[in-house]
Design a protein around this ligand. Structure first.
Ligand SMILES: *[C@@H]1O[C@H](CO)[C@@H](O)[C@H](O)[C@H]1NC(C)=O
Ligand SMILES: *[C@@H]1O[C@H](CO)[C@@H](O)[C@H](O)[C@H]1NC(C)=O
Length: 403
């Protein structure tokens, strides 16, 4: 259509000129030169306009041919992570409804609950979750990954699980994150996921009622923030973090992944984790990274001691997930199984709607204080120590007084 339109316009432009030349140019030589010049201009014009007429369909087809699930934009689409011993494929796509999952015998939350448990409205960003577990099937870790299912079903998070060793050592993590982010960036912006939660496979999802977008930086004030990380006493712990789907993120992991080659003199004590820590320390990256309280999404299991309630690294009851980072006593599988059972039992202590946890207040306070220019570390230190029980105790005391 565009081509025709341009053709018509061009011919309308030509005809009067030809007529004029016939009137005022008596010599045929000059007439021929006019006509030749016009034909030349018309020819160039046609060639110039051609690529703009139809979009380069062939090229975009080639990009979308990547064999990964195309899930963004559909809140009810879920990727099911199957046991690798049954299905060794990387990820399997399914568009089954929550009801179908229930009919398969998997205990999940009913859709009505899914609506009522999330009364507070957050950004509604399109989130995906990403992890890796490959090699021989390892039941405790498969169980831990399975614990995420109720969370994925409730909020419609696609789950991308790497099932092959992509890059030597522990670097598959970076490679897989780049794969998924690259896949999303190859889509039109409106169809992309907007954020990803990376979680190591030794995490048990405890409270599926916590939506991931509650943690996100308020926009547009913090739209320069692309990465939310947490530290433990050894520095960065990248077992769980939130990353924006962006060119920034893609380049950060490319940068971290190549430190070993470009700067072999830098010691990487914890290999890929240290590389990521090294990269985000550099000024160009640092300004788009925030450190948030570890407890929010990367806390360690409570061990029942009285200090748990105020320990910055220990989960509170109602925390979203537990990261079983340390395995010094070799009892990690048992601990993971025990907490998975608590999660499955949906105990009143752990299975809480978001507004009955400390998240709402703490997260709002964090961004507010950061916006006022307070130092990240001092906010993290202060919020990290808070107990989620203080309020409940206060209420009980109140009742006693009144009674
Ligand atoms: C979970 O519930 C079952 C059945 O009520 C109970 O036997 C089991 O002890 C519970 N497990 C935990 C870890 O609370
Ligand atoms: C949390 O939200 C639910 C549903 O809106 C409401 O019934 C409940 O009272 C709220 N709880 C608190 C502590 O605000």
């Amino acid at each position: 259509m565009g081509y025709d339109r341009y053709g018509v316009l061009a011919s309308q432009h030509i005809r009067p000129q030809q007529q004029r030349s016939r009137f005022h140019a008596p010599t045929t030589g000059r007439l021929i030169r006019y006509v030749l010049a016009v034909i030349l201009v018309l020819g160039f014009y046609t060639i110039w306009c051609r690529p703009g007429i139809s979009p380069t369909t062939d090229h975009s087809l080639a990009i979308t041919d990547v064999p990964l699930p195309n899930l963004a934009g559909d809140a009810h689409t879920v990727v099911y992570a199957d046991n690798p011993s049954i299905q060794p494929d990387h990820v399997e796509e399914s568009t089954a409804e929550i009801a179908k999952v229930e009919s398969q015998g998997r205990e999940t939350i009913k859709p009505e609950t899914a609506v009522s448990v999330n009364p507070i409205s957050y950004s509604g960003a399109r989130f995906g979750k990403i992890t890796a577990s490959f090699g021989d099937p390892d039941p405790p870790y498969e169980d831990a990954i399975q614990s995420h299912q109720a969370h994925n079903d409730l909020h419609g998070y696609p789950h991308f699980i790497l099932r092959e060793h992509m890059i030597r050592g522990l670097w598959s993590k970076h490679g897989w994150i780049m794969t998924i982010i690259g896949q999303e960036l190859a889509k039109p912006e409106g169809e992309r996921l907007q954020w990803l939660l990376w979680h190591d496979r030794d995490t048990v999802l405890m409270n599926p009622q916590i939506p991931l977008d509650i943690f996100l930086p308020p926009e547009p004030q913090f739209s320069n923030i692309h990465l939310l990380v947490t530290n433990d006493r050894h520095g960065l712990n990248n077992g769980v973090f939130l990353i924006r789907v962006s060119q920034w993120a893609f380049k950060l992991f490319a940068s971290a992944l190549s430190i070993r080659e470009y700067q072999p003199e830098i010691p990487l004590k914890y290999t890929e984790q240290s590389a990521m820590e090294e990269a985000i320390k550099r000024p160009w990256w640092a300004k788009s990274v925030v450190q948030v309280p570890q407890r929010w999404f990367n806390c360690y299991p409570p061990d029942g001691s009285s200090g748990d309630e105020h320990a910055p690294r220990i989960c509170r009851e109602g925390s979203m997930l537990i990261h079983f980072a340390s395995n010094r006593d070799g009892k990690r599988p048992e601990r993971m199984a025990r907490f998975h059972e608590i999660a499955d039992n949906k105990t009143a202590e752990w299975y809480k709607p978001v507004n009955e946890t400390g998240y709402v207040k703490e997260i709002a306070e964090y961004w507010e204080r950061l916006g006022q220019g307070e130092d990240q570390q001092s906010i993290v230190n202060d919020l990290g120590k808070r107990s989620w029980k203080v309020k409940a105790k206060g209420k009980k005391r109140g009742h006693k007084k009144r009674a």
